[in-house]
Design a protein around this ligand. Sequence first.
Ligand code: AMP
Length: 260
Amino acid sequence: MSPQSEKDRAAWLRGPSAQCEPAPPNGATDALTAWRLVLLGAPGVGKGTQADLLNERLGACHLSTGDVFRAAGSPSDCEPSPAMRDALGYMRRGALVPDATVWEMVRERTACLRCGGGFILDGFPRTLVQAESLQQLLDNEKLALTAVVNYELPFSEIVARLGGRRTCEKCKAVFHVTERPPKVEGRCDRCDGKLFQREDDRPESIKVRLEAYERSTAPLIEFYKKRGLLLRVAAQGSPDEIFEITMTDLKSRRAQQLAS
Ligand code: AMP
């Protein structure tokens, strides 16, 4: 399976009327081998970076709900609906977007979950209600998650990471001013797009986001542990080191699944 480039996320970023280029692999042929992952962890723990690295290695698309909301807020990407405009208000404050809005957006993109290339969900689900809705949808589609990776890091380190994070305007690749600096300051290594600091990476929003994580998202760890899907990874070290640990854990998980 060849790695999918950023362009291939058109259907996810712009909605079901957009077509991915080139067309993704057929669902039926890859139903058993595609990777279907959920990445958990507090904001700033490095899920986006790991999702990009996993995308390059596994070919499965990086599906970030935050990227969809940000794309909706960028006039060049698409015209936001009233619900999306409302969602952007929550996002700018660092608060969670209401479950009904998030679910409507994900449900419209069911084809991305059904995609033969698999998927790497980043930033979704974020509440128990969302996790239950996703479970129901996957059951209906006769699809199963391969694993749920929970990235763990102390909050003090998270705050330092979020403050230095920079994101590419065009392809959404994630850099850090000290930990993962781009080769040319302010420009993306991949597509030469301009790097910017997200509004919700500013100090006042960071506090709200971490509180929302503790209250709403942390309970998902137990939810997926009970279902035997949870893999815990310490998000300390370089992105490449964390990635290699993730891959080792994922491969042994898959080997166990195939043996059982
Ligand atoms: P992220 O890029 O995943 O950190 O998401 C950025 C912002 O988008 C979050 O702080 C929320 O405001 C909103 N958001 C993204 N995904 C979700 C979700 N699954 N549920 C609620 N809000 C979300």
